[in-house]
Design a protein around this ligand. Structure first.
Ligand code: GRF
Length: 199
C-alpha cells in the first residue's frame, strides 16, 4: 500500500454502477499524468453496465460484486486489499458502503451538487439537478468528499462551482456540472499526491 511515505504512483480502484463517464475522465487524466497513478481494478455493483465494457476496452481488470446491503461491501474491500489498492474513487457508484476502519480516508466520492445541498439518500442523477432548478438556486457544482457510512456525508476535499443559467433544464445543468467534475476529480488526485510525504 502506498498511502504515505512513498511517491510511487497510486494504485487506484474504481467502483461504478453505470455508464462509466467518470471512469473515462480518470483514465484519460492518468494517461496524461502516469506519475500520479493507475487504475488497477474496476468493480461494478451491477452486471451488464457500460462501465464494465469500458474497463475491458481499457484493459483494466474488472468484476461484478453485488452490494445489496452495506455489509456486502466487505467482499469489495477484501478484493481491493488483495490487489494492493491505495485509494478508491467512486465513479457513479449507487450503493451504500460500510467502510472498514483500515479503509477510512481512502475512499473518495464525487457528487453532482454543492454538499450539503441536494445530497443524501435519493439525490442522484437528474433528480439532483431538477431539485436545484426547482429551488431557484443561482449556482450548483460538484463535491469531492471522503466516504463514510452515510450517503454523501464524509469530509469535503474540494468543490467546483458552476452557474445555474436562465432556461436550464436538468440535462443542460447536468452537462455543465459534469464538465466541472472532469476538473474536480483530477484536482483531488493531485491533492492526494501532494499530501504524500516524500522520502
Ligand atoms: C456523476 O454525476 C457523479 O457526480 C455521480 O455519478 C455520475 C457519473 O456517473 N457520482 P457515470 O460515470 O456516468 O456512470
Amino acid at each position: 500500500m502506498n498511502v504515505g511515505g512513498s511517491s510511487a504512483p497510486f494504485s487506484i480502484g474504481i467502483l461504478l454502477s453505470g455508464t462509466g463517464r467518470t471512469l473515462d475522465n480518470i483514465v484519460s487524466f492518468l494517461a496524461e499524468n502516469p506519475e500520479l497513478g493507475h487504475v488497477d481494478t474496476v468493480v461494478s455493483s451491477r452486471p451488464g453496465v457500460l462501465g464494465l465494457d469500458k474497463a475491458a476496452k481499457y484493459d483494466i481488470p474488472h468484476r461484478v460484486i453485488p452490494c445489496q446491503q452495506p455489509e456486502d461491501s466487505a467482499a469489495i474491500f477484501d478484493h481491493l486489499d488483495q490487489i494492493g489498492i491505495d485509494f478508491v474513487l467512486l465513479a457513479g457508484w449507487l450503493r451504500l458502503l460500510r467502510i472498514p476502519e483500515r479503509w477510512s480516508q481512502r475512499v473518495l466520492n464525487i457528487h453532482p451538487s454543492l454538499i450539503p445541498k441536494f445530497s443524501g439518500k435519493g439525490f442522484y442523477g437528474s433528480r439532483v439537478h431538477k431539485a436545484v432548478i426547482e429551488a431557484g438556486e443561482s449556482e450548483s457544482g460538484c463535491t469531492v468528499h471522503y466516504v463514510d457510512d452515510v450517503y454523501d456525508h464524509g469530509r469535503i476535499l474540494l468543490q467546483e462551482r458552476v452557474p445555474v443559467q436562465a432556461g436550464d433544464t436538468a440535462e443542460t445543468l447536468a452537462d455543465r456540472v459534469f464538465q466541472a467534475e472532469c476538473v474536480a476529480y483530477p484536482k483531488a488526485i493531485r491533492l492526494l499526491a501532494a499530501s504524500r510525504p516524500t522520502n
